[in-house]
Design a protein around this ligand. Structure first.
Ligand code: HSE
Length: 440
């Protein structure tokens, strides 16, 4: 029998992830100890309501309402409360006492990451957060460790399962947004208040975390451009499929050089986008997540799997727990988070991408030429145009729907083109403007 040194593990939060981490730790303790090289003794689970009914039972003697005492007696603290406070204060308290901290909390990492990393560095502790992005999917460790020798140029992520489920239903079942959201709520993907998911706040937090890590730069949450999916219509999703695309809510992190200023920087953005049907992200269905990473030497990589769920997220937390225990056994200080590149965060107006613009126009001679001229006037190059014609009302001219796909153009050029189209007498209406991502 191998005698291991014992590490005391405290869990903060007894929700679905906390209860699953506790259960798996108690169930597989010997196996985890063998992998970690140290015994992992669960010393307690701090909860807000000790009497609350839980789907996964936690042994009664481990439950406490006294988080602060639990933190003081722990070598490793696992924060699974979520939200900003008291999670942030507890993490700081744990780090300041020299404990390593594991968190699944994207909000606290996106809002307070630099403060927490600084606190960890001060005492030589380590902060682990694999479960904060993509649930069960290994993405933090691959970016931090496996790709540490490479240069990441772009990340395209489906990092919100609720919105992927909704958009997938609109695509596969022809639901409208309202019905798809109702189904997501019924299945427990969407919260009673779905704002954080459908308005893109959840994905923006994850984008800030991924961009900071991938580009060795602090990318503040308030610099992340964000649009949700509430303006996406069933007609857009159906038209997209006919044109060879699927609509996805993407978190996009890019490193690029601003063409106007020559400044190299980074930008993180979240918005619905058209993804070509032959792109690997187009095959991500239901509530699954996937993160597509483009790196200079490695080329394209995709990380795919369950982005949420109690036991799935517990898998990522336990992976961090084994890593933390190994570090304790090896000794020495934790590895500080790398922000050595410290690149500027570029504004959304500097981003270049491709666009699909759908216009309703009167079908008369000269209309196409006038529209092409508007694009040209604003420096936006048209790649493809397709037209379908509908008969007009009796006595009026037929109308045409024009679908225009551009070459790469800047957000600012596109915005001025769209404003000019809206003011043009030959355009009846702008049906939709969508960014196209993932084309070579
Ligand atoms: N609400 C998130 C989602 C899960 O729908 O993916 C936790 O980040």
């Amino acid at each position: 029998m191998i005698e291991y040194r014992n590490l005391r593990v405290a869990i903060l939060g007894g929700g679905s992830v906390g209860a699953q981490v506790a259960a798996l730790l108690l169930q597989h303790g010997d196996e985890l100890a063998a992998r970690a090289g140290a015994g992992l003794e669960l010393v307690g689970v701090a909860v807000r309501d000790v009497k609350a009914k839980r789907d996964t039972e936690i042994p009664k003697h481990l439950i406490t309402a006294d988080a602060e005492s639990l933190i003081l007696g722990a070598d490793i603290v696992v924060e699974l409360i979520g939200g900003l406070e008291p999670a942030r204060s507890y993490i700081l308290q744990a780090l300041n006492s020299g404990a390593d901290v594991i968190t699944a909390n994207k909000a606290v990492m996106a809002n307070h990451g630099p403060e927490l990393f600084e606190a960890a560095e001060q005492v030589g502790a380590q902060l682990y957060y694999e479960a904060a992005v993509g649930g069960a999917i290994p993405i933090i460790r691959p970016l931090r460790d496996s790709l540490a020798g490479d240069r990441v140029s772009r990340i395209l992520g489906i990092v919100n399962g609720t919105t992927n489920y909704i958009l997938d239903r609109m695509d596969v079942h022809g639901d409208d947004l309202h019905d798809a959201l109702a189904e997501a709520t019924r299945l427990g993907y969407a919260e009673a208040d779905p704002t954080a998911d459908i308005e893109g706040f959840d994905a923006a937090q994850k984008a800030a975390i991924l961009a900071s890590l991938a580009f060795h730069t602090t990318v503040p949450l308030d610099t992340v451009y964000r649009e949700g999916i509430t303006t996406v219509t069933r007609d857009q999703v159906q038209a997209a499929r006919k044109a060879g695309y699927v609509v996805k809510l993407l978190a996009i992190c890019e490193r690029f050089t601003d063409a106007a200023t020559g400044v190299e920087g980074v930008c993180a953005r979240v918005h619905p986008a058209l993804v070509p049907l032959d792109h690997p992200l187009a095959a991500v269905h239901g509530a699954n997540n996937a993160v597509f990473v483009e790196a200079e030497a490695a080329g394209d990589l995709m990380f795919y799997g369950a982005g949420a769920g109690g036991i799935e997220t517990a898998s990522a937390v336990l992976g961090d727990l084994v890593s933390a225990a190994r570090r304790h056994v090896a000794g020495g200080p934790g590895v500080a988070e790398s922000t050595h590149s410290n690149l500027p965060v570029l504004p959304m107006s500097s981003v270049t991408t491709r666009y699909q613009i759908t216009l309703s126009v009167v079908d008369e001679p000269g209309v196409l030429a006038a529209i092409a001229q508007l694009f040209s006037d604003h420096g936006v190059s048209v790649e493809a145009v397709s037209q379908s014609v509908r008969d007009g009302q009796a006595g009026s001219a037929p109308t045409a729907t024009l679908v225009i796909v551009t070459h790469r153009a800047s957000e600012s050029s596109l915005a001025s083109t769209v404003a000019a189209l809206a003011a043009s007498p030959v355009v009846s209406s702008i049906v939709s403007t969508l960014r196209v991502e993932g084309l070579q």
